[in-house]
Design a protein around this ligand. Sequence first.
Ligand SMILES: NC(=O)c1ccc[n+]([C@@H]2O[C@H](COP(=O)([O-])OP(=O)(O)OC[C@H]3O[C@@H](n4cnc5c(N)ncnc54)[C@H](O)[C@@H]3O)[C@@H](O)[C@H]2O)c1
Length: 362
Amino acid sequence: MNYQQTRLAVVGYGYWGAKHARVLSSVPGVDLVVVDTDPERREEARRGCPTADLTGDFVGVLDFVDGVVVATPPTTHGDIAHRVLRAGKPVLVEKPLATSTSAARSLVETAAEHGARLMAGHTFEYNAAVWKLRETINSGELGRILYIDTARLNLGIYQNDVDVIWDLAPHDLSIIAFLMGERPASVATWAHRSVGARHADVAYLRLQLERSLVPAFVHVSWLDPQKVRRVTVVGDRKMAVYNDLLDEDRIRIYDIGVDPNDPGEPVDTPAMPVTYRTGDIVSPHVVFREPLLVQDTHFVDCVRTGERPLTPGESGLDVVRVLSASDVARMCGREVPVGDEPGVVDGREVRLARTKLGGTPT
Ligand SMILES: NC(=O)c1ccc[n+]([C@@H]2O[C@H](COP(=O)([O-])OP(=O)(O)OC[C@H]3O[C@@H](n4cnc5c(N)ncnc54)[C@H](O)[C@@H]3O)[C@@H](O)[C@H]2O)c1
């Protein structure tokens, strides 16, 4: 199909916005305007993206663009995205969609009110390795899923406005929901602030999925000597590991497992409690395209056709609900349900003490 030129704005030309600008510049028929309030970042964009128009005035470009990608710090997402949606234009908002459940819900409602498309930047849902992992789970090859474990660690970029959970866990939460086709019903959280006065930099989340009751464990850290980007899915027949740091063999399926011995045996029997199975390790072929390019090309298609995004605002809201519940779980020191009222546990209000910049103290 032939389309007229599509004019898009990328708001925020920082670490990630520069990548959006790069991939969108490569999509045929897209004209780009880069918006950043920082003149130094605009200067950087002039060098990195020479064909794009540059401005610091976001509101001024709204009338002249067909859609907007928001890649500014998380606490600014809600305000910027609201303005775009109220202008009736489609918007792709980086993760996390917003920094509270009410702000995320309000974006979904505003999108519906103004008939504008709202898309969540859940990049891993556009990743061919994640698709292959889901296909493997759905085929039954792994058997019944016993648990999922994710690790996203390195010497990370400490953020000003959110902690490590709000920064990194959205990836794992969206991957888990995508793989299992269900949402977490509850979350328990342990988090620690090791460096600086502001935010937790190491955290563990334990989720329980709503239908299968499968537990999922999410470990995120900005303070780890080794870079790890790993999702492990353990089934009662086989196990699969997705290692995002590998160029090849990103997915490995291990034909190994453990079977319980006869549960009828007396507990004081000296026999081993389990029997081990070992077999081949297979790496399925995955045709890989840069996920951000796949995601942003899909956004361009949504802008041109008006189709509903594969990761609509509602999936961004789902992730924010879990993040908000995880804040409450941390404050309460116990598992809490994931719901619409993150500050209410057992009918009582739990006050989330927010710092000036929007994070929760540890
Ligand atoms: N999907 C992913 O894999 C991924 C990876 C990294 C970051 N992100 C997300 O991308 C977003 C940006 O992260 P980052 O690491 O690039 O941050 P960053 O701090 O490097 O960049 C943010 C940029 O936004 C600009 N900015 C701030 N407020 C603005 C405003 N009101 N109008 C215009 N420009 C404004 C800043 O000047 C800066 O250049 C965050 O939401 C982050 O979570 C996503």
